[in-house]
Design a protein around this ligand. Structure first.
Ligand code: BG6
Length: 468
């Protein structure tokens, strides 16, 4: 649809930015923090580990001051479960509690709205040793952790996100470093874990509404519109399969409390439907999100399955389709360019995605990640001219405005990432931030913060509430 007049961004739009605890904080074993699965996972050769990252734990005051200078209205960050409960449950760690109290207070003092992700990939290792998400006890540990956070920080935190990219942990847990499955039917084990996470999320949403009646909570999956590789009906069917398995399985459960029928049929085909205990579906049906948060980097394109091993590509990650035998096969989209890491760039697909989610669920949307990973170059005078990042973000922001004009309710945009941090599996040379951190893959240097060109651009854009 071509619009003659564009609607403005809403008055109190959350122009924000995002990070996650394990990718930015460092201090992986400081002040009583317990290990998470990320701390224990093998490091991808040639890339740094997650022990120090951007050392935000020790730099948070300076960082929040920079976020305020950037003009952020909101900051989306995650709480490291093992700072609060080093063993996942049981004894609380007062120093970990204090860190987030300080961070939240600092944000509030600078008029930045904290948006808290409860769990961003870093499951406590102590829980993993007892079976992780395969063990139903982890659902209760998560519910208890959530209730604790609501009690501790709910007087200042109004916006909560349950689980970051549960769909990517299920589909690309290998790349992210979170996958651990066992048993005779690993697919069943995986989707049993998925069921437990969905149940845990439902419990979190219910507890949030009970404990904090004025707070708002929602899921935070990675959602991409899925294109068929051609107009062949078989390709269109494959796209529908992929969309149900990648996107709607997660949001249908979060919003409607039911399993998506196509995803369920896929699980039946693999003898992998999860065991559902009495009462589970009632809990899922009675838990309601207030909004949908989602991360968007690109769209995906798929073709009809060939019905054999050729459906499965050799590698994949959050934005690169692996393929499922008999269901769909990954394809590339000849109409799109790619970033340095092979991720397709599709701003118009962002509008498609926003429209599709809103039309399906009619809940307010907030974008909790979007951004460009790139190899930034520091010039001799110290400047970083990341025009490619500015172009990427501006093109995506333009599409949000078009989606708003289409009638989609969007209340915030939190690009990835506020500050440079360590990527999930491609090290810290893959940079995303508005703020540069002076370190490289293996040399920690002085961690000095400096403003990239995109910092000044985003600051000016926020000041005009996105108007040109
Ligand atoms: C999302 C994750 O999948 O994408 C983030 O929520 C991640 O944790 C981001 O960092 C970018 O991906 P990557 O693999 O480049 O770090």
């Amino acid at each position: 649809m071509l619009h003659k007049t564009l609607k403005d961004f809403p008055k109190n739009f959350f122009w924000g930015a995002s990070t996650s605890a394990y990718q930015v904080e460092g201090a992986w074993d400081k002040d009583g923090k317990g290990p998470s699965v990320i701390d224990i996972a093998p490091v991808v050769p040639g890339t740094t580990d997650f022990k120090v990252t951007s050392d935000h734990y020790h730099h948070y005051k300076e960082d929040v001051k920079l976020f305020a200078e950037l003009g952020l209205k909101a900051y989306r960050f995650s709480i490291a479960w093992t700072r609060i409960f080093p063993h996942g449950t049981g004894e609380i760690n007062p120093l970990g509690v204090a860190f987030y109290n300080n961070l939240i207070n600092e944000l509030k003092a600078h008029n930045i709205e904290p948006i808290v992700t409860i769990y961003h990939f870093d499951l406590p290792y102590a829980l993993q040793q007892k079976g992780g998400w395969s063990n139903r006890a982890t659902v209760d540990a998560f519910a208890f952790y959530c209730e604790t956070l609501f009690e501790l920080y709910g007087d200042r935190v109004k916006y909560w996100l349950t689980i970051n990219e549960q769909n990517m942990m299920i589909l690309h847990g290998d790349a992210i470093g979170t996958k651990s499955v066992s048993g005779e039917n690993p697919v069943k084990d995986l989707y049993q874990q998925n069921h437990h996470m969905l149940l845990a999320q439902a419990k979190a949403m219910k507890a949030c509404h009970e404990i904090l009646p004025h707070a708002k909570i929602g899921p935070a999956p990675n959602i991409s519109a899925i294109y068929p590789a051609s107009s062949k009906p078989e390709d269109v069917l494959a796209a529908s399969n992929c969309s149900s398995i990648r996107n709607w399985l997660y949001l249908d459960m979060a919003v409607y409390g039911r399993y998506n029928n196509i995803a369920w049929s896929f699980l039946e085909e693999r003898n992998a439907t999860p065991d559902i205990e009495e009462g589970d579906m009632e809990i899922m049906a009675s838990a309601k999100p207030d909004f949908i948060a989602f991360n968007y980097y690109s769209t995906q394109t798929v073709a009809a399955s060939a019905g054999d091993a050729s459906d499965v590509g050799s590698t994949g990650d959050q934005q690169i389709v692996v393929g499922e035998i008999g269901v769909y096969k990954g394809a590339s989209n000849p109409n799109l360019g790619k970033n340095d890491f092979g991720w397709e760039i599709d701003p118009v697909g962002f509008r498609n995605t926003l429209r599709e989610i809103y039309e399906r669920y009619a809940l307010p949307l907030i974008v909790t990640e979007n951004g460009l990973g790139a190899f930034d170059k520091v010039e001799a005078d110290g400047s970083i001219n990341d025009d490619y990042r500015i172009n990427y973000l501006q093109a995506h922001i333009d599409q949000i405005q078009l989606a708003i004009t289409d009638g989609v309710e969007v209340f915030g945009f939190c690009p990835w990432s506020a500050i440079d941090l360590v990527s999930t599996h491609q090290g810290c040379s893959k940079r995303y931030g508005f703020i540069h951190v002076n370190r490289d893959e293996f040399d920690l240097k002085d961690m000095k913060r400096s403003k990239k060109k995109s910092f000044f651009w985003y600051n000016a854009l926020i000041a005009k509430n996105g108007a040109k």
